[in-house]
Design a protein around this ligand. Sequence first.
Ligand code: BGC
Length: 363
Amino acid sequence: MRSKRFIAMAMVSMMALSMTACGGKTEEPATTEPAAETPAETPDAEPAADAAEDTADAAADAAGAGGNIGVCIYKFDDAFMTTYRNALQEILEGKGYTVTFMDGKNDQAEQNNQINNFIAQEVDALIINPVMTSAADQIITTVKDAGIPTVLINREPTAEQMAAYDKLVYVGCDARQSGTMQGELILDTENKGDINGDGKISYIMIQGDPENVDAQYRTEFSVKALTDAGMEVEELDLQRGDWDRNKGQEIAQNDLAKFGDEIEVVFCNNDDMAIGALQAIQAAGRKVNEDIYLVGVDALDAALNEVANGNMTGTVLNDAQGQAQGAVDAMEALLGGATYASGEQSIYVDYVKVTPENVADFQ
Ligand code: BGC
């Protein structure tokens, strides 16, 4: 469904089958069947979209014959991006590409050098997880000047920024959806998050890196889901945990010491921070789903286990596999000659709510 949606948006040029953009290697791909991994259920797909998809698929197959791909990750030491990186590696290598991954070490200057090095090495395409969303303009100018087809992932620039280059696509998720789902997980509990029955939901918010739109939207929309449902809310604390487990643990520990039983809900913008918060919750003698609720985002393996064990109220699948597949599909469409019109350069993969009832489907 995902690749169909994005390919339908691609404006595929008839020159797509030219392989000049892919000057690299000639080894046979181990597999060239991305469609097998994407369910064929798009009831709303239109014939024109199907035609565009067929052309894009053909282009993608042609481009899949190999090539040198540079991948820049904002930092390797990020739990979710590690899962995502592994998925990318498996898909790209499985298709016969030669892939080099670079660790940006959370340093934009370092990542800029890595991008320039990839350009000097004349890679066929780039997949970039920017360190700073605010650096998007500079990154886009650089890859455009070099004429390298580029897929941005995980940290979304604005549509206006992307419009500068028609061989550029963003593949990610709409973070508003994940925030809303976190709020819904709380609304689905027996007391709608109001454990002490005082008529309001008292929460702490452990935020990711606030420079990242995922952190901004998850923070906003998780609470908005509660207020939209008519609930009163009280924010006891909001602090940045920078997506990091240790920071999640520290913030939760301090807040539990300060606010004690007042805290009914712990919202974490991601699972790694939620796992840290859980350590603090357990150390404070609190019991998730009995006297406190805890939700994250990502569906990391560790979080799925805690949801299954009743130690997390729920999480939201941030589909690393689906996004990696979408990124590779988009890259291949670009390699095949596709260009993307302004306003059609963002490709979204859906989030999915994970609860004790359906967690087994994700493990
Ligand atoms: C994930 C976080 C991750 C961040 C990195 C988010 O979408 O939920 O776990 O740290 O991306 O940018």
